[in-house]
Design a protein around this ligand. Structure first.
Ligand SMILES: CSC[C@H]1O[C@H](OP(=O)(O)O)[C@H](O)[C@@H]1O
Ligand SMILES: Nc1ncnc2[nH]cnc12
Length: 274
């Protein structure tokens, strides 16, 4: 396990819970981690799971006080790294852009498209230009483990696809939604960016686990997406999602052989990473 910053408890795997996923671990130690980017969304819960030391942070805060465009993404990832975390799992509620992936589908996308604006999306914005490779935004090892683990749990996941990340907090219009679908994008959410790129900038592995809660507005006739629908469908699936995330935690390799770990090799960084 990587040594955490002095005086902080140690963890190796981080889980960032999304809408409807506000707690995860039993027998936790809670820690408030301050960062150069302010406080994370909430205190971080640390506990044992399947023989691994895990840190959990609810992305929106446990009372869902942060809308997607106000989440302290930089603080969240920095805080996890400060604890020693090197692999991050990111469960999230998403809409589907295809009737083939109905509510209750689990998807592990392999690409995303950023349609957000104005979010702080880098740690490297002064004193040096650092450009990380990001052609494949997610950890290949984490994705494989997630897909295989879901299969073993008999929850056949969608392996691959493109998540379009919108600025929100409103849901999409029908025209926007049809346009996203016409591009071949398969899922829509509000938090996948800048979370994934900030993880990469800290050389962390990042694996999305997307639970489809609704067919987006352009796909289904009717009233359009509502928050109530998202929470209701998420609540119907939270137990099996928690179980899969737990199994993924125990199945992640202890040593990283993926390119994520080597992201910053050879670069002279303008700041010291925790
Ligand atoms: C609660 S409805 C929209 C909200 O749900 C998703 O959150 P998360 O990705 O954290 O699970 C979506 O991105 C929006 O933030
Ligand atoms: N349809 C949708 N659009 C954006 N984010 C979502 N999260 C859950 N469903 C969503």
């Amino acid at each position: 396990m990587t040594t955490p910053s002095a005086s902080l408890p140690a963890a190796e795997i981080g889980v960032i819970g999304g809408s409807g996923f506000y707690s995860f671990l039993d027998d936790i130690e809670e820690v408030q981690v301050d960062t150069p980017y302010g406080l994370p969304s909430d205190r971080i819960a640390i506990g044992d799971l399947g023989g691994r030391r895990v840190a959990f942070v609810p992305r929106h805060g446990r009372d869902h006080r942060y809308p997607p465009h106000k989440i302290p993404y930089r603080a969240n990832l920095w805080a996890l790294r400060s604890l020693g975390v090197r692999q991050v799992l990111a469960p999230s509620a998403v809409g589907s852009l295809t009737p083939a992936y109905g509510p209750g589908t689990l998807a592990v996308p392999d690409q995303f498209v950023d349609r957000t604006s104005g979010r702080a999306q880098t740690y490297y914005d002064e004193n040096a230009a650092i450009h990380v490779s990001f052609a494949d935004p997610y950890c290949p090892v984490g994705r494989t483990v997630a897909v295989e683990t879901a299969r073993k749990a008999e929850w056949e996941p969608v392996d691959g696809g493109t998540l379009v990340v919108i600025e929100g907090p409103r849901f999409s219009t029908r025209a926007e939604s049809r346009w996203y679908a016409a591009q071949g994008w398969t899922l829509v959410g509000m938090t996948g960016h800048p979370e994934a790129v900030l993880a990469r900038e800290l050389a962390l592995c990042y694996t999305p686990l997307c639970l489809v809660t609704d067919l987006d507005a352009g796909i289904e006739e009717g009233e359009g997406v509502t928050m109530e629908e998202v929470y209701r469908v998420f609540a119907q699936n939270i137990d099996r999602l928690r179980a899969v995330v737990s199994d993924v935690v125990s199945s992640l390799p202890a040593d990283r052989t993926c390119p994520c770990a080597r992201t910053l090799d050879g670069m002279t960084l303008p700041l010291e990473l925790p």
